[in-house]
Structure formats: structure tokens, C-alpha cells
Design a protein around this ligand. Structure first.
Ligand code: ADP
Ligand code: NI
Length: 218
């Protein structure tokens, strides 16, 4: 792998994400990359594709780009071409970018290869556990969402459009996505890594409801 090219793309991405306060900053990308490499060591897959896919996976997420769905592949292609990266690499990485993001509780995942499954697993690991909890509340605060509204019950989505347009409180996000992730991991290494993080979220929710208690009428 050409390390010089990798450094150039890392610089570009660090620059793009430096003002993010929604849990999608450079450190998220870096953790996804690290987790993807840990999974790759055991599961195999092309290191270069996994590496570029991890670094570029949130380049144009619908949550960050004003609502455009499936726009990441074309944005990644623009950046990779601007940096004169290898055409074969561009052709292999870009079609995978829009496979990575979660599309809704009732929408099945469509991953065309092992590399896409590994990066999706790595991205999802960072959405659960202690870091996942912190990111969910950071996202909620950044997007004007209430922490919890007990009267609003959990919602499911049967299309990406419905999921992308839903606006609920952050505790609902645990039921529409975060608690479903452990069962939706693709690789057995990812599944093992998800277990501890999943259990921690269950513990967190128990404690959250315990502290919230039953509201007294005012
Ligand atoms: P994906 O593309 O699969 O959603 P991301 O890397 O974009 O993965 O990160 C998703 C993270 O964004 C979630 O784990 C959560 O922290 C945050 N997020 C997305 N939607 C919501 C929401 N409705 N409420 C709270 N957090 C959210
Ligand atoms: Ni991500």
C-alpha cells in the first residue's frame, strides 16, 4: 500500500471533520479504522480496500450532508480522483461506501463483499458500548433532540427514507438501532467484540430508568 497516498487522504479527511460535534469527528474514523484492522487480522480481506473504506465511510453521510441519501460513493470518487489515486482502487472502494451506513431497523443490510462487512462491523462497534452511548447523546444534543421523552414509545422503520427522516428522543435511538446491532454483526470476530459493549448498554438503560424513576405529577 502506498503510505504517501494514505497520508494525503488522512489529511484531507481530518480537515473535513475538524468541526464535527455530532460524534462523527476524526477520532470516530480512526477508531473505525483500528477496529476494522483488528477484525481483518482474523477474518482476512484486502487491507488496502478496508483501510480506504474505513477512512472514507462517513464522507457524505445523510445525517451530516443535509439529508442526501447514498451520496458517499460519488463524494469519495471526487476526493480520490483529486488526489490522483489509482483508478482500480477508486473503482473498488467507491461502490462500497454507501453500503456501510445503517438504513433502518426493518431494512436488511446489503454488503457485496467481505471488506464491506468488516468496515460495517467496525463502524457499528463504535455506535455501541460506552463510546456508542456518548456518541448518541452528542448527536442528540447537536441535532436538537431531547434526551428522553417517556410518553414517546420506540419506533421502527421499514425504509431508509423513513429512518432518515425520523426525529425522536435519543433513548429511542437505542431501540431503533443500538440494541439491534449485536445481532446484526456480520463477522464472528465482530460479534464477539460487540457482546461486552451490548451488555454495557443494557446496564446503562437499567440504571437510567432507575434514576429517572416514576415522575410525580406537578
Ligand atoms: P451509521 O452510518 O451506521 O449510522 P455512523 O458512523 O454515521 O453510523 O454513526 C452513527 C451514530 O450517530 C450513532 O451511533 C449515534 O451515535 C448517532 N446517531 C444517529 N442517529 C441518531 C439518533 N436518531 N439519535 C441519537 N444518535 C444518533
Ligand atoms: Ni461512521
Amino acid at each position: 500500500m502506498n503510505v504517501n497516498n494514505l497520508n494525503r487522504i488522512v489529511l484531507e479527511i481530518k480537515n473535513n471533520f475538524q468541526h464535527d460535534f455530532s460524534g462523527h469527528d476524526w477520532y470516530h474514523i480512526e477508531r473505525v479504522y483500528t477496529n476494522a484492522m483488528k477484525i481483518q487480522e482474523i477474518e482476512g480481506g484486502n487491507v488496502e480496500i478496508i483501510c480506504y473504506l474505513a477512512i472514507l465511510h462517513d464522507i457524505s453521510d445523510h445525517k451530516l450532508n443535509g439529508g442526501k441519501l447514498n451520496n458517499g460513493g460519488s463524494e469519495a470518487e471526487k476526493i480520490m480522483k483529486k488526489l490522483n489515486l489509482d483508478h482500480t482502487l477508486i473503482a473498488r472502494v467507491c461502490p462500497l461506501i454507501d453500503e456501510i451506513s445503517f438504513k433502518g431497523s426493518g431494512v436488511s443490510d446489503k454488503n457485496s463483499c467481505l471488506e464491506s462487512k468488516i468496515v460495517q462491523d467496525a463502524d457499528r462497534l463504535d455506535a455501541i458500548g460506552a463510546i456508542g452511548i456518548a456518541r448518541a447523546f452528542a448527536y442528540g444534543g447537536n441535532n436538537d433532540r431531547p434526551m428522553f421523552v417517556p410518553e414517546l414509545k420506540a419506533q421502527d422503520h421499514d425504509s431508509f427514507e423513513v429512518y432518515a427522516n425520523s426525529k425522536s428522543h435519543t433513548i429511542n435511538h437505542f431501540y431503533e438501532k443500538l440494541l439491534l446491532i449485536a445481532d446484526r454483526m456480520h463477522t464472528s470476530t465482530g460479534k464477539k467484540m460487540a457482546k461486552e459493549r451490548h451488555d454495557f448498554m443494557v446496564l446503562f438503560l437499567d440504571q437510567f430508568y432507575k434514576e429517572w424513576g416514576t415522575p410525580q405529577s406537578l
